[in-house]
Design a protein around this ligand. Structure first.
Ligand code: SF4
Ligand code: SF4
Length: 330
């Protein structure tokens, strides 16, 4: 008889106190699931065959949010490959016209697809902060996770961004993202120390390719999306979740990205973060109502969420030094 796996401690129980939302200052928009790649670790399960993207109605509402709420300091666009989806450029323009930081989470390779060759110049002209995935500085590891030839194109794209001033001009910020490889045995490890890895990335990329960049963000693989399928395939999901729980660090709580952001999907639904969005765990008002961009516009306030919704995968954000879209937390 198969012994049932022991579940991790519910995250809400671990917290021992309500997990409260702070004042909203970040609007993260997931424009949809279309991507030119189909990476093994993708929590969005994006690929070229997906078709979901922002609707015009939601796009119009998001423009209103950007215009009406000066408290939003950052508009963070993700996907899929956000560059491929409806509303991408006008949302960036609106954010910049209203004095906000605009972030594009870019897979770099998209610049070599037909119709996207002007994206690097567009980024530079609007001083978009580019946060680019490069899960390793070694070709083999990147191509295994992201597909053959991705490393080469990523290197060329980084050199292109550098020629435009990214990484050296103080207004053109280029950050890289590291994801650890997905485990195939129970020899789990957390992402390496961010500072040390950043130094190694900088030295290697400079020496071999002349590339410069600003910061490296290390992001833990949460057991959701394709990472979850991978873990299930290797019968490691439960053990990995326990591993993350065993490294729970309450000092990360104040710094989690869910504290001050609204995460919006292509249909205008609101979540506390992109991970909850992928797991369909909707944000709630104090009276348990689900929220949409349209509802927020009607209420006239962004600060309508009292408590953040949590799940077992929150241990991925709170393990060790913590993890978020902006890298380790402490
Ligand atoms: S990880 Fe990023 S680049 Fe890879 S499939 Fe997902 S959205 Fe596309
Ligand atoms: S997954 Fe991470 S960012 Fe999202 S609610 Fe949980 S702790 Fe916060």
């Amino acid at each position: 008889m198969k012994v049932p796996a022991i579940a991790v401690t519910p995250f809400s129980q671990k917290l021992q106190a309500p997990f409260l939302k702070n004042h909203i200052s970040v609007l993260q928009i997931n424009l949809g699931k279309i991507c030119n790649l189909a990476c093994t670790h993708c929590h969005v399960e994006a690929s070229p065959s997906r078709t979901e993207e922002l609707t015009d109605a939601v796009y119009q509402q998001l423009i209103q949010i950007i215009e009406r709420f000066p408290q939003i300091k950052t508009v963070d666009l993700t996907g899929g490959a956000p560059e491929m989806m409806y509303g991408f450029r006008p949302l960036i323009k609106a954010a910049r016209e209203h004095g906000k930081e605009a972030i594009a989470r870019s897979n770099l390779t998209i610049y070599f697809e037909q119709g996207y060759a002007d994206i690097p110049e567009f980024f530079a002209n609007h001083q978009v902060r580019v946060v680019a995935s490069l899960p390793c500085y070694l070709e083999d590891n990147v191509d295994k996770m992201r597909g053959k030839g991705v490393f080469d194109r990523s290197i060329q794209a980084l050199q292109w961004l550098n020629r435009l001033g990214y990484g050296s001009d103080r207004d053109l910020v280029l950050d890289l993202v590291y994801n650890p490889p997905l485990p195939t045995s129970n020899q789990f490890s957390l992402a390496p120390n961010q500072q040390g890895l950043e130094a190694a990335y900088k030295a290697y990329l400079k020496e071999h390719f002349g590339i410069v960049f600003n910061s490296l963000f290390t992001i833990t693989n949460l057991p959701i999306g394709r990472s979850k399928f991978h873990l299930q395939h290797h019968k490691l999901e439960n053990e990995y979740s326990h591993f993350l729980e065993s490294h729970y660090n309450s000092a990360t709580l104040d710094h989690l990205m869910c504290r001050n952001q609204l995460s919006v999907d292509y249909l205008g639904n609101i979540y506390d973060c992109d991970f909850n969005q992928m797991e369909n765990l909707l944000a709630r008002s104090p009276d348990r109502e689900v929220l949409t961009v349209a509802k927020i516009l009607e209420l006239g306030t962004l600060d309508v969420i009292h408590e953040i919704q949590t799940a077992a995968y929150c241990y991925g954000c709170t393990a060790g030094s913590g993890s978020s879209c902006g890298g380790s937390l402490i």
